[in-house]
Design a protein around this ligand. Structure first.
Ligand code: CO
Length: 187
């Protein structure tokens, strides 16, 4: 089932998400719904708060980006209760976007590599070291679990320039390409 995407201004996007255990009700079904939602909106990552659940879970399937970055071949993962346990000192800037902030793309600085611990969809513990685009996408999705959006991380000048546009998006003024829900107030 395709779930509606929460748009900036929605309360749940600003919550600190909670860890879950493997008995979380209808978890497998929810994960399937998240994949269906992500694919139907052409995203490469989706965090649970973006579909209205403040739980520590995000999914990534970056294989559509394989042409530009061959390392992303088969980079499809479900991350449950993830923890970034190490991140490189080295950082780099790259352009990002987000299904919860339609049509906005901005440069964000991120660690170039990281080590992450998480549980996969079978609740098996995994530790992985990732770099490049995979590491960037992980940091973006991970931030969603702490109520952080990529537009929080841009320069103060860009933030000022974007403010009205984000307020307009929160009110539903954007090109509508997928199912979504608006919040009450932009924040
Ligand atoms: Co996002």
């Amino acid at each position: 089932m395709v779930l509606p995407i929460q748009i900036i201004g929605s309360e749940v996007l600003r919550k600190k998400a909670k860890t879950i255990d493997k008995d979380y009700p209808n978890l497998q079904e929810f994960i399937e719904d998240m994949y269906e939602t992500m694919y139907s909106s052409d995203g490469v990552g989706l965090a649970a708060p973006q579909v209205g659940k403040a739980i520590r879970l995000f999914i990534i399937d970056a294989s559509p980006m394989e042409e530009d970055e061959p390392t992303l071949k088969d980079f499809k993962r479900t991350f449950i209760n993830p923890k970034i346990i190490e991140a490189s000192e080295e950082k780099a800037k790259a352009e990002e976007g987000c299904l919860s902030i339609p049509d906005v793309r901005e440069d964000v600085e991120r660690h170039t590599s990281l080590t992450i611990e998480y549980f996969n969809e079978n609740f098996e513990k995994v530790t992985e070291k990732l770099e490049g685009m995979a590491a960037i996408i992980i940091q973006h999705e991970y931030d969603h679990l702490d109520g952080i959006l990529f537009t929080d991380k841009i320069s103060p000048l860009r933030k000022r320039l974007l403010k009205r546009r984000l307020e307009a998006i929160a009110k539903g003024r954007f090109v509508r390409r997928y199912k979504f829900v608006l919040g009450k107030k932009y924040r």
